[in-house]
Design a protein around this ligand. Structure first.
Ligand SMILES: Cc1cc2nc3c(=O)[nH]c(=O)nc-3n(C[C@H](O)[C@H](O)[C@H](O)COP(=O)(O)OP(=O)(O)OC[C@H]3O[C@@H](n4cnc5c(N)ncnc54)[C@H](O)[C@@H]3O)c2cc1C
Length: 420
């Protein structure tokens, strides 16, 4: 949409942020209220947000996702049906952690003992009945020899270290039934494709939301001012907490909720494989069962000549700060344990994410600090009939996922469709 067409003028609804929640909100509004004018305002130069696919092997080959990759709870995940609707391919290869999935060393006694300890830990989290919240490290058995492994798995799930995250919040996490599937063309491609029919302005960072007027909200953006009758804010909690958007009048309860629901960090490094025959396809291998500072490695996802390395929490932050070469060296050292001392000769760095340093995100997915799980509802609550909030962190049970984000965006759209 040309900027001139909205300078000094008014749209019915402005959606801030073109990630999973923003795209879902805009599409749902188009469906429910075709009479309304809608614009999606995106700060970066692309649609998708934390869903971002790259296509190093061409558009016919499988894509690589730098952000979300798995359609968790795939049977009730709204994106699964949308993928098929827009003509993309849902790949049903079992995920490595589910039945029928492939994991190297899965029959190794250490791997079995570690998996049992991790299961027991999650059992304690889900059954936690304490009145007061606690941090996840309180759910460890002090003498368990597999605590380092539990730290690592907790970090992959929450993006934070165990002693920072809430037991109650993790106990509420439920991505829904069903397996975990993928989209061959990429989760990022899926969300960007679904967003195509929405009038979108990229490079339009919103810096101020003035909701002091009756019946309209004034947005100050990098591309000028816009008035809207209703606004949906879908930016990440770290963007809100850093007050990169100024609200007038201020909304301290939203900023506090966002600060106590920070983004954890997960980053991916794709390593190019020169000799693909060395590795089985779609197979998972753990860097170490004995250290929390470990990567998880997906060998040849979709059969592509790459290894996807996944790092979380403090390790991910350290490696992101040191750069791609450090991520690569760390991965090669870990892969040597399984594939031998020369494995590095066949590998080279291909692409990596750095979500902590990206100013429009500031991390990967939200976790609750102890005592903050209920603040997800505070964050999600509309401020009034004109100002709404959505995004993964607003979901009570499907936070940290792209389908949770979808649901919060669709819910905000439904509320606006009724009231506007
Ligand atoms: C490495 C990694 C792996 C993941 N794996 C999975 C997975 O397998 N499955 C899964 O379901 N989820 C996964 N996730 C989480 C998932 O990607 C997110 O939960 C989801 O994409 C968040 O969508 P959102 O719309 O809430 O937020 P975002 O995607 O952050 O969208 C918000 C948008 O707002 C924009 N923005 C920010 N500030 C402004 C501003 N001032 N003005 C205008 N626009 C602004 C941003 O650029 C962004 O596009 C993963 C995430 C990462 C990083």
């Amino acid at each position: 949409m040309p900027i001139e067409s909205w300078r000094g003028s008014e749209v019915d609804v402005a959606v801030i942020g073109a990630g999973a929640a923003g795209v879902a909100a805009a599409r749902q509004l188009q469906l429910l209220r075709p009479d309304l004018s809608i614009v999606l305002l995106e700060a970066s130069d692309r649609v998708g947000g934390r869903a971002r696919s790259i296509h190093p092997f061409g558009t016919d080959a499988a894509a690589l996702d730098l952000g979300c990759g798995w359609l968790h709870g795939a049977r009730t995940n709204a994106w699964t049906d949308i993928a098929e609707e827009v003509g993309l391919t849902v790949d049903r290869t079992p995920a490595p952690w589910s039945d029928g999935g492939h994991r190297l060393e899965q029959n190794d006694p250490d791997a079995k003992a570690a998996a049992a300890a991790v299961n027991d830990f999650f059992g304690r989290v889900y059954e936690y009945g304490g009145d007061a919240d606690a941090d996840l490290s309180a759910m460890l058995s002090p003498d368990d020899p597999w605590n380092e492994r539990i730290y690592a798995v907790g970090a992959f799930m929450t993006g934070g270290e165990l002693d920072k995250s809430s037991v109650i919040d993790l106990g509420r996490y439920d991505p829904g039934p069903g397996p975990d599937w993928r989209v061959r063309q990429g989760y990022g491609t899926l969300i960007a494709t679904y967003g195509l029919p929405v009038p979108t302005v990229v490079g339009a960072e919103v810096r101020r939301i003035d909701h002091s007027g009756a019946g309209h909200i004034v947005l100050s953006t990098a591309k000028g001012e816009l008035r809207a009758k209703a606004v949906i804010v879908t930016v990440s909690t770290n963007v809100l907490a850093a007050e990169r958007i100024a609200f007038w009048p201020p909304l301290p309860e939203k900023i506090e909720a966002a600060s106590r629901l920070p983004l954890g960090l997960a980053n991916k490094l794709f390593l190019r494989v020169a000799e693909p025959a060395m590795f089985p396809k779609d197979t998972h291998v753990t860097g170490s069962q004995h250290s929390r500072r470990t990567g998880a490695y997906q060998l040849k996802p979709f059969g592509a000549p790459v290894i996807e390395a996944y790092f979380a929490a403090d390790l991910a932050l350290d490696l992101e700060r040191q750069g791609v070469d450090a991520m690569f060296d760390f991965s090669v050292e870990q892969l040597k344990r399984v594939f031998g001392a020369d494995v590095g000769k066949t590998l080279s760095p291909l692409a990596a994410s750095a979500w902590a340093g990206e100013p429009f995100f500031g991390g990967s997915y939200s976790y609750a600090t102890p005592g903050a799980s209920d603040l997800r509802s505070v964050l999600a609550a509309p401020h009034n009939e004109h100002l709404f909030f959505a995004g993964e962190a607003c979901s009570k049970t499907r936070y940290s996922t792209a389908h949770g984000a979808y649901e919060t965006g669709a819910a905000a759209a439904e509320a606006i469709a009724k009231t506007l």
